[in-house]
Write a protein that binds this ligand. Structure first.
Ligand SMILES: Nc1ncnc2c1ncn2[C@@H]1O[C@H](COP(=O)(O)OP(=O)(O)OP(=O)(O)O)[C@@H](O)[C@H]1O
Ligand SMILES: [Mg+2]
Length: 360
């Protein structure tokens, strides 16, 4: 009935859904995060170089608009863990800050668990957490346990729930022995794990993780990843994760949203990303006799040649021709054609090369 009314009033389908849910004041919305045509502009004053420039900027400041997010739309269901990736300056942190209510959107419609984030209502803040790998909330000179106690008071976590949550997190993240050491004396990895405890004590239902493994060694990265996976599974938490670490994505995210220059380029399964953005296919051939490597090079880019195996990269559209040429002109014992490894594609996404492909 409500949907029909929405149709009559020409309200978009997802907004109609949201209106319906907020009208019924249901907390358990299926779409935990809804973003429609989100725009975020920053106004900055441009400073001209030199003293004269500084003085002129003072009297006639030159304003410049940075269009960090240019009308992005997506939605995330309850319990989903989504990788949010793109090159530097793409708009990832800006999006997470808007979603957690730290930044006011310039335009667009956003809802997180039925709340408007920028109103920063306590009921909203108690259910989310924004964790930034480069920023910390733990007090530098105090042992972490004291910040945790402080967070208990801020979030008004009842003592019994705090204890349960504290014990669980301390065990999962293996941080018991660092709790009483002043934070400044801890390693980055130890600190990051304690940051996670501090950010999750109140059992947020939505987590915004901005580069959670940045600067950590491989062992600590894996611990943090395992923990995120477990937290998502155990609490059906909805998680948005930005990372430049491809292991984070391959391990954790089934779905990825790719953003570049404030626009969404891709939203879908990590495996589909390969199909959409892979430029090359990989041909593996096993030769029955030695062959002229120079001739092989004419067919495709040789990635490895270690007799009897040769690995060639060829443009996607030329795969069939390349395979036929190999079979015809070389002593081939076996031949397989594979997709470009996912790591290679993600690497290109991080470098911002995918947009070049899209725009030709
Ligand atoms: N407070 C601000 N004032 C002005 N410009 C800003 C501000 N915050 C971000 N920007 C600009 O908005 C754009 C998007 O920045 P954002 O931090 O969201 O990128 P990002 O995708 O998180 O990049 P990174 O991978 O480097 O963390 C950039 O051009 C950045 O310079
Ligand atoms: Mg960022």
């Amino acid at each position: 009935m409500f949907r029909i009314l929405c149709l009559v009033l020409r309200v978009s389908a997802s907004r109609c859904y949201t209106l319906a849910m907020s009208k019924e004041n249901k907390e358990a919305v299926e779409k935990t995060i809804i973003v429609e045509h989100l725009v975020k502009n920053f106004e900055v004053t441009e400073r001209k170089p030199g003293l004269a420039g500084s003085i002129s900027s003072l009297f006639s400041p030159q304003k410049k608009i940075i269009r960090a997010l240019k009308s992005i739309s997506f939605s995330i269901n309850k319990g989903e863990l989504v990788g949010f990736i793109g090159p530097n300056g793409a708009g990832k942190t800006t999006t997470l800050k808007v979603l957690s209510g730290l930044l006011f959107p310039t335009a667009g419609f956003i809802q997180v668990m039925g709340f408007d984030p920028w109103t920063r209502r306590p009921e909203f803040l108690k259910q989310i957490s924004l964790i930034m790998g480069q920023k910390n909330q733990l007090w530098w000179d105090l042992p972490a346990i004291e910040t945790l106690e402080l967070n208990r008071a801020i979030y008004e976590i009842p003592q019994n729930i705090y204890k349960e949550s504290f014990d669980e997190l301390v065990e999962l993240l293996e941080v018991k022995k660092f709790l009483n050491t002043p934070v400044r004396k801890l390693s980055l990895g130890q600190r990051m794990r304690l940051e996670l405890v501090a950010a999750l004590l109140h059992h947020p239902k939505v987590l915004f993780l901005d580069e959670p493994t940045i600067g950590l060694d491989v062992v600590a990265q894996q611990k943090v990843r395992d923990f995120i996976f477990e937290y998502n599974r155990k609490h059906s938490a909805t998680i948005m994760l930005t990372s430049h670490n491809m292991d984070d994505l391959i391990d954790l995210a089934k779905r990825v949203i790719v953003i570049d220059k404030g626009q969404i380029l891709f939203d879908g399964n990590l495996k589909e990303l390969v199909v959409q953005f892979a430029k090359e296919k990989i041909i593996k051939v096993y030769l029955s006799k030695e062959a002229d490597i120079k001739k092989l090079d004419e067919i495709g880019k040789i990635k490895r040649f270690d007799f009897p195996q040769a690995i060639l990269a060829v443009p996607r559209e030329a795969t069939a021709v390349a395979a036929a040429e190999l079979l015809q002109n070389f002593p081939v014992a076996d031949l397989t054609i594979e997709e470009e490894p996912i790591e290679e594609i993600i690497r290109r996404v991080f470098r911002g090369e995918v947009i070049k492909k899209k725009n030709g």
